[in-house]
Design a protein around this ligand. Sequence first.
Ligand code: AHR
Length: 608
Amino acid sequence: MTVEAHFDQPTAKASPMLHGLMTEEINYSYDGGLYGELVRNRTFFTDWEGAPYWRMVPKGQAKATVAVEKTGGPSAALPHSMKLTLESTGTGGSAALENEGYWGIPIHPHETYKGSFYAKSDGAVGTVHVAVTNDETGAELASADVTLDGTGWKQYSYELVSHAENAGEKNHLVLSIAKPGSVWFSLVSLFPPTYENHPNGFRPDLMEMMAAMKPTFLRMPGGNYLEGDHIKERFDWKKTIGPMVDRPTHRGPWGYQSTDGMGLLEFLEWTEELKIQPVLAVYAGYSLQQEHVNPGKDLEPYVQDALDEIEYVTGDTSTKWGAERAKDGHPAPFPLHYIEIGNEDFFDKSKSYDARYEQFYKAIKAKYPQYELIATTPVTSIKPDVIDDHYYKSAEEFYADVHHYDKTDRNGPKIFVGEWATREGSPTPNFGAALGDAAWMTGMERNSDIIVMASYAPLFVNVNPGGMQWESDLIGYDALHSYASPSYYAQVMFGSYHGDVIPKTDTTGDELRFFSSITKKTETGEIFVKLVNATSDPKPVTVKLDGVDHVEKIADVTTLKARTLSATNTLADPKNVLPVESRFERAGTTFNYETAPYSITVIRLKTK
Ligand code: AHR
């Protein structure tokens, strides 16, 4: 098998933004995932009766009642509250509201947790005792007393300092009162330390895993989550900004209520913390249950919403929405280059997308000619700047399709592979999937002159029972631990070693389940040779680099391999399949390399 790269012939320029991230609220990606909030259903949302994830526990001989009140909450956005009444204490009794968290409340030894709640009372209750308590022993791992002040709605803050000896998540949050009277609660919150200690911020382990992928962008906020099942359940960005108490929350299309604690600004701050760019997807008038907005007059308010959203992201503080962003705590505008109009509009049976895209395109380009506008399916009304293609396939299907973009018209729209994944393995993909991914990535990399961006999806899954709505997700976690799938490590390898020069490459010999791509990084002179052997046998390869004067003998090599396609990582065994670093000492402008069975290899050659 010979792979020959022609650096002596005209080369193409690779997109610097090829590797990025796509997420949405699916599989408890934000609530119960990236978003640091530990209290589940903090706003006492109920679509039936009672408030899920909360219960009332009377202690001793106490007599107590609890009820969700659907009006009179702390704000117009949050009309609900939970009324806890302690009628009588008996001897030393009390009444508590307990929250089970997102499959537990994770507590680490000697950490400080920051909490708050809105409360109003009848004036008799006095103090609320807040604690995180172990489910089995009932031991309080951290606690604080909060004295209520007056009777009207007010936000109270508290801190819990853990004196737990070990980390654990089998805990719950307790709010208890010991004097007869009534207290109403809303927006009960508890945060652990977050990434870079950002208030209302993100889970550090997941941020670190994303940073290690060396992404360049985040496609946000979806996916189906952008559209919602119904128009009124779309990601209505104006309802996701400002103080939490003014965010009404909304039902996402994956079967659960979203807190919207991760609102538009939090998405943008996430990109800022990872030093990447947002790819802003704007709602374009189609929701999943076949509801659409007719192009023309009906669509105008949605187009205006998108223009306002772009101004919120990029406008300076002299603009209306730039000023709003500054009021929300972020005066500096965010960088933006790509805007996506909708999501997967090929599902819209009304076939209205062509005209909807055109309407958005003309309005956005008139005000912001500098941005590139992505269409979610081909349109004929206007030439889109970029088309978003999605692929969910088996490894064998990807193997058969690695040349998909080799002949794509270079004068047509550019390509964004905004969602793709090899769907083998659950909840997270196995090594066979990683091979499918790596094969597909060689094809994307070889064509990254036309493929400007690509993002695997979905990124996250909470692996607890009931946490997953979509199988094969890149990173898995529970409340306390997280792990990365073999596919994740394939992403890290491709994201870390992405050159800017693509030579024409010829492959000869037995190409069965063997894939490769070669790029060069001009800045450092490194050449990255990626070899994917998806067979169960070792495969010798001759690599020839035409037009390269000198290659150092010693090269660094990263290899990800496994004995079987089913090999995988889990929460219990997170390091079963990991990349291994080694040195190769016989590199040159032509060299032989034997790839291991079932392996993904990146050889980093030094040319200066
Ligand atoms: O990634 C899961 C879903 O797949 C996305 O929400 C949607 O865009 C696609 O159909």
